[in-house]
Design a protein around this ligand. Structure first.
Ligand code: RIB
Length: 290
């Protein structure tokens, strides 16, 4: 089985700082590096490196051609990636000495997916196909409408979560992949068990996966089943891309027939590898690294 990922492609400018900048403060960065990134890009890369077949749908500017070539080299199907006039999206990422991050995203070309491009990407999708969405492109509204017509399964990583996403028909989502911040915003609860309980009530037809960083990840199935996997203990260098790595390895495991429990373990193991290295895309493991 394969998956189609409608996702962002970004240039990540990563600034190492002692501590994340606070409002009104000016600090000197310790270093600056440029990496490939974008939640969509990272998730496609993680899926491919985990052994899944993935087609990416997205847009870059001329300055992002190398990112598309990188996806292709990794085995991602790029037939629905287009080069447009608007510059490639970018992210300004601070990483603190403790490995925490703060991310400012500028959408750029990621919000320039055209109607015809989206139609072309959906035309051959139907019952049984899996589609992955995040919220850094202009695709979610179109894709959720197509899901009702064509019957494909939507996996939503609602990141970054904003009011435009909350206004969409989220009852069409088959699986939510949320972190604690997104879970709290969707559930109106902070405690992880309550987040899962409240989301279960609000989205009874969906599977829900809650990632909790050092606390691992939990699954609540629409069929009443639940599962949990702990995080591996590693030295944290940079948490950027850990959620994307988890998503790719979790979904790749499900696509290969694993149950949610084994898929959570695969996702957590890969995310632990990711946080112990700098950058988002460069720290996504291959199966052989694990
Ligand atoms: O999840 C990490 C990603 O978020 C970064 O690569 C950045 O580009 C933003 O999209």
């Amino acid at each position: 089985m394969s998956l189609v990922n409608f996702g962002s492609i970004n240039l990540d400018f990563v600034y190492r700082v002692q501590a994340l900048v606070r409002p009104g403060e000016t600090v000197q960065s310790l270093s600056l590096e440029r990496f490939a990134g974008g939640k969509g890009f990272n998730q496609s890369l993680a899926l491919a490196r985990a052994g899944a077949e993935v087609r990416h749908v997205g847009s870059v500017g001329e300055d992002g051609r190398w990112l598309v070539e990188m996806l292709a080299t990794e085995g991602v199907d790029i037939r629905n990636v287009e080069v447009v006039e608007t510059p490639t999206g970018h992210a300004i990422i601070q990483v603190s000495a403790r490995g925490e991050n703060s991310i400012l995203v500028h959408a750029g070309a990621n919000r320039e997916l055209s109607g015809s491009q989206l139609e072309r990407a959906c035309v051959d999708l139907g019952d049984g196909d899996w589609v992955l969405l995040q919220n850094e492109t202009n695709a979610p509204e179109f894709v959720l409408a197509e899901a009702s017509k064509r019957g494909f399964r939507v996996i939503l990583n609602p990141s970054p979560l904003d009011s435009s996403l909350l206004d969409l028909p989220l009852d069409r989502v088959d699986t939510f992949l949320v972190n604690e911040v997104e879970g709290e915003a969707l559930a109106g609860e902070a405690d992880p068990d309550r987040v899962l309980g409240a989301m279960r009530k609000r989205f009874p037809a969906a599977d829900i996966v809650l990632t909790r960083g050092e606390q691992g990840a939990a699954f609540s199935g629409r069929d009443g089943t639940s599962a949990y996997a702990g995080a591996e203990s590693v030295e944290v260098i940079d948490t950027t891309g850990a959620g994307d790595t988890f998503a790719g390895f979790y979904l790749a495991a499900l696509l290969s027939g694993a149950n949610p429990q084994s898929a959570l373990v695969a996702g957590c193991r890969a995310a632990a590898h990711c946080v112990s290295r700098p950058g988002a895309a460069p720290s996504i493991p291959r199966v052989s690294d694990l």
